[in-house]
Design a protein around this ligand. Structure first.
Ligand code: SF4
Ligand code: SF4
Length: 438
């Protein structure tokens, strides 16, 4: 049986790299590792300019609250500590490290004494925290904190393998090339939560991954199951996933744990497995590089902190100057304006799009009151009203029409025949409303 949800849109998938096996990127000459890659308190630097660092060494940490340590992705020398604006417009500090090319791992990296099958709940949590794992689907919430807050509150563990954004195939390749890491990680997450089972949720446009996962579940992981969901955007949003698979409605302002569910991204689960089994910190990730302006679209395994220019070069360079450079998918991703923007733990894709390829994802005209945005909104909001009120500076009425419940999926803006950038209006309304509240 295939599950789905109300609303959403069918968009051209552009999964051009679905058959491109992941290639390890040649380690860059220099990395710039942001000290703030997660939701929560930014880390402070533990190193100074001139220090020698090893791969996997902790170079940033914060104490108390929502924190997630940062590790070096190369061995080498710290050449600068700089502050800049990131793609979200926030000031962030980067540790810049010149790679010595030796790939020398830090001595602190070692697996747990126990095998993953015997690791205790506290050992799994400690390994997850020490490895600096935060949600790799884009949310970037510290995984150890999400786990701790869900203990005793959930009866359902879902692993998000939907990957519903156009172009991105990083999770798809991970499922095909390293399924045991994802499945092993799912078992570890389930153990922490005190659950005897877990469910991997995959869109039906990945039949090869579905077949492989089902076979492995049957033969080696009987506690795990695979749920197939219809390919529809934004199926990967955790609210839609929970609604589709469990039929549970998540009220506005509530978290999945409030309806007994917790959702982790597939690559996050794999990172938890690697942290527990091998003691590996999160210092590299899979990035899909695609778009009509890149010569050879591909999937790359990229050290965190690598400038996006290195990814473009590894994919044969550009065929033309892109009108839009995007970190993440075209629907929910963020514009990049500088080629030395570093890859972070949350970077699932780099898209280089021409003006023609960007059309349909943006615009700016007058509302013709067709109501299409209302029909596709998975959160059952009135996007046209939110946009209109925000445009008029009436943030109270934007809030009354549900601005704060918007998951910023972009379906409304995509479908809008007038090309109104509705999500940008919603984001603006949210920013003002949050500021008023604080
Ligand atoms: S209003 Fe928000 S949740 Fe609804 S379709 Fe638009 S972006 Fe998605
Ligand atoms: S889809 Fe666009 S034009 Fe139609 S009602 Fe919504 S905002 Fe207006």
């Amino acid at each position: 049986m295939k599950h789905s949800f109300r609303g959403g849109i069918h968009i051209r998938e552009h999964k051009n790299t679905a058959t491109c096996a992941v290639i390890p990127l040649k380690p860059p000459a220099r990395v710039a590792i942001p000290l703030s890659q997660h939701i929560g308190i930014p880390c402070g630097p533990l190193v100074a300019v001139g220090d020698t660092v090893k791969k996997g060494q902790v170079i940033g940490r914060a104490e108390g609250g929502l924190v997630c340590p940062v590790h070096s992705s190369v061995s080498g020398k710290v050449s600068a500590i700089r502050t800049r604006r990131n793609i979200h417009g926030m000031a962030v500090t980067d540790i810049v490290i010149d790679n010595d090319g030796q790939d020398t791992w830090d001595e602190s990296i070692h697996p747990l004494a126990a095998s993953p099958n015997e690791a205790t709940v506290e050992e799994i949590l400690a390994a997850t925290e020490a490895a600096g794992i935060s949600g790799m689907g884009g949310a970037s919430f510290p995984t150890h904190a999400k786990l701790r807050s869900a203990i005793g509150r959930v009866d359902t563990l879902l692993i998000n393998c939907a990957e519903c954004e156009p172009y991105i195939t990083a999770n798809h390749r991970l499922l095909l090339e390293d399924p045991h890491a994802v499945l092993g990680g799912t078992l570890l997450l389930a153990r922490v939560l005190g659950l005897s089972c877990g469910c991997l949720v995959v869109e039906d446009n990945k039949p090869d991954a579905i077949a492989l996962l089902r076979e492995l579940c049957q033969q080696e992981y009987p506690a795990l199951t695979v749920a197939v969901v219809r390919t529809k955007y934004p199926q990967g949003d955790e609210r839609q996933l929970i609604r589709a698979v469990k039929g549970r409605e998540l009220p506005p302002g509530k978290l999945p744990a409030d309806v007994g569910c917790v959702v982790f991204n597939a690559e996050t689960a794999a990172s938890v497995f690697r942290a527990v089994a091998y003691g590996r910190p999160l210092c590299e990730r899979i990035v899909t590089v695609d778009g009509d302006c890149v010569r050879e679209p591909n999937n790359l395994l990229v050290p965190i902190g690598t400038p996006v220019s290195d990814l473009i070069a590894a994919c044969g360079g550009l065929t033309e100057e892109p009108a839009r450079m995007v970190s993440g998918g075209p629907m929910m991703g963020f514009a990049i304006w500088q080629e030395d923007e570093p890859v972070t733990k949350g970077t699932s894709a780099l898209l280089l799009l021409s003006k023609k390829a960007s059309a349909g994802y943006e615009g700016a005209h007058e509302c013709i009151r067709c109501g299409r945005c209302v029909g596709v909104c998975p959160m059952r909001l009135l996007p046209n009203y939110i946009a209109a009120y925000t445009r008029a500076g009436d943030y109270e009425n934007a809030a009354a029409n549900g601005a704060m419940s918007c998951v910023e999926c972009g379906s409304c803006a995509y479908i809008c025949p007038a090309g109104i950038p509705i999500v940008q209006y919603v984001r603006a309304a949210k920013a003002v409303l949050r500021q008023k509240k604080s």
